[in-house]
Design a binder for this molecule. Structure first.
Ligand SMILES: [Zn+2]
Length: 264
């Protein structure tokens, strides 16, 4: 699943190509989008909200896409041949064509529809927003104190932006038990966790592959994807455990993160 920084990067690519230009094409094979009536409209903004992407038009509507595991946006010159693949929606101006592939969620919403949307209307603070209200984010995280920490930080209604990679990496860096209750973690520790999330996600907004380890040599990540390998801090064994209703993979070092194996 893309992390919040992936979507912010996509928005940064789409913005200069689309904003302020009138559309000469807007098409989709999806029945719900067969009559979008967007040709001639201008794109006013491309907005990333956590892992959600919104392309706003000058009539107040917005095209909402969520990538989940498979979706992606590509930008290519309009003069190029139309690409092939599992295209969900195409927006083109005289110069650039933006094509969304394989996204499971593609919806055209009114401004009111965005505000009342079950996902968009209930997002926790975006860790990559220009200003972040830490107190609100921490309060939301602690709203269900018995919830395992590794599930709470991934719940986009509490804070938005953290996906599977950052979850494992941030909890390892902080030495926190992903299976422990979020209510048992001090507010100061949760604040530090979120600030560290913001720091690494911002650092990864540039080009190049995502890294959560820098300048130390060796792997790009501390524990993510390293099940069975040695912990880079203590030499113990990195493990992976499926977690939560969706069975998302959580990588961790039991020794460094104080995981009580008998409790699980
Ligand atoms: Zn360790």
């Amino acid at each position: 699943m893309p992390e919040g920084d992936t979507i912010h990067r996509a928005a940064a690519r789409l913005r200069p190509a689309l904003v302020d230009q009138p559309l000469i094409e807007a098409s989709s094979p999806l029945p719900a989008l067969s009559d979008m009536q967007l040709v001639g409209r201008h794109v006013t903004e491309v907005e990333a909200r956590g892992k959600n992407l919104l392309i706003w038009f000058d009539d107040g509507r917005a095209l909402y896409t969520h990538m989940r595991m498979s979706g992606r946006w590509r930008v290519l010159p309009t003069a190029d041949e139309q690409p092939r693949g599992d295209i969900r929606v195409t927006l083109a101006n005289a110069q650039w064509r933006a094509v969304c592939f394989s996204a499971p969620t593609v919806e055209l919403l009114t401004e009111r529809g965005v505000a009342r949307h079950p996902v968009l209307g209930n997002l926790g603070p975006d860790l990559l927003a220009p200003t972040l209200d830490l107190a609100v984010a921490v309060a939301r995280l602690r709203s269900d104190p018995a919830r395992p920490l590794g599930e709470a930080v991934m719940d986009q209604r509490l804070v938005s932006g953290i996906g599977n990679v950052y979850k494992s990496e941030l909890l390892f860096m902080a030495g926190l038990d992903p299976f422990g209750a979020v209510g048992d973690v001090a507010s100061e520790a949760l604040e530090a966790l979120l600030l560290n999330a913001r720091k690494w996600m911002r650092r990864n907004l540039g080009a190049g592959r995502r890294r959560t380890r820098w300048g130390a040599g060796g792997p790009d990540a501390w524990v993510y994807g390293r099940s069975g390998e040695g912990c880079l801090k203590c030499g113990g064994r990195v493990q992976m455990q499926r977690q939560g209703r969706l069975g998302r993979s959580t990588y961790y070092c039991g020794g460094c993160q104080g995981v009580d194996e008998a409790q699980r």
